[in-house]
Design a protein. Structure first.
Length: 115
């Protein structure tokens, strides 16, 4: 009877080791995906292309392009609104892309704080 308990414990320990190994592999894959997201760029334009915001897959703003036609010293508020809108849209798209890429690794599991 004592042997059976040891046997059960060792089987459970084996399953735990396997689970830990799988988690470590998933973590490695997630780190690779996060690194690859740095290299991916998302562009979002508003105002018919008057303002273009560029972000990378890690949701870092990497550039803003403004059309010369949109720069009006008399209406700076409109330009500010367009910039904010372009950045928000680029960030939304980057978030969507990051979730999709991580979903490939996690198999669709929702892991809080992952992205």
């Amino acid at each position: 009877m004592v042997r059976k308990l040891k046997s059960k414990e060792s089987n459970g320990g084996g399953n735990s080791k396997n689970l830990i190994k799988q988690a470590q592999e998933m973590q490695k894959k997630m780190l690779l995906v996060q690194e690859s997201l740095k290299e991916k760029e998302i562009e979002a334009s508003v105002g018919g292309g008057a303002v273009v915001a560029k972000v990378n897959g890690q949701k870092e703003l990497i550039g803003i392009e403004l059309s010369k036609d949109i720069v009006d010293p008399e209406d700076i508020e409109m330009l500010q609104d367009l910039i904010v809108s372009a950045v928000k849209e680029a960030m939304r798209q980057a978030e969507e892309m990051a979730e999709k890429e991580m979903g490939k690794v996690t198999g669709g599991l929702d892991i809080p704080g992952l992205i």
